[in-house]
Design a binder for this molecule. Structure first.
Ligand code: FES
Length: 104
């Protein structure tokens, strides 16, 4: 479904779960992770099943990830930043300001 990205014209480096990944400046975090073959963004609270972005426009909250220093953010609405450290989202933690509740 997705192809691994190799076209980095203005690259930034960030990490997801300790794994170093590359993205282009201006990419959303969701696009960057998917482009690196990362499809497990968080785990469902009840079933512990892997969750990944669905809408890519900020409506479904399936893309919640934890950004160090910011808390939970919607990856599809968050731009990558050089050195950003990202971990799988836990919906039990509060969402960073600017996002709605993450009670999913
Ligand atoms: S993918 Fe739906 S809110 Fe981010």
């Amino acid at each position: 479904m997705f192809q691994q990205r190799t076209d980095f014209s203005d690259p930034v480096t960030l990490s997801f779960e300790g794994r170093e990944i590359m993205a282009n400046r201006g990419d959303t975090l969701a696009a960057a992770l998917l482009g690196c073959g990362i499809f497990d963004f968080r785990r469902a609270v009840v079933s512990n099943t892997p969750r990944a972005p669905f809408c890519m426009i900020g409506n479904c909250y399936e893309c919640l990830v934890e950004v160090e220093g910011k808390g939970l953010v919607q990856a599809c609405l968050t731009e990558v930043v050089e050195g950003m450290r990202v971990n799988m989202g836990s919906p039990r933690k509060p969402v960073a300001s600017g996002n709605d509740s993450a009670d999913v």
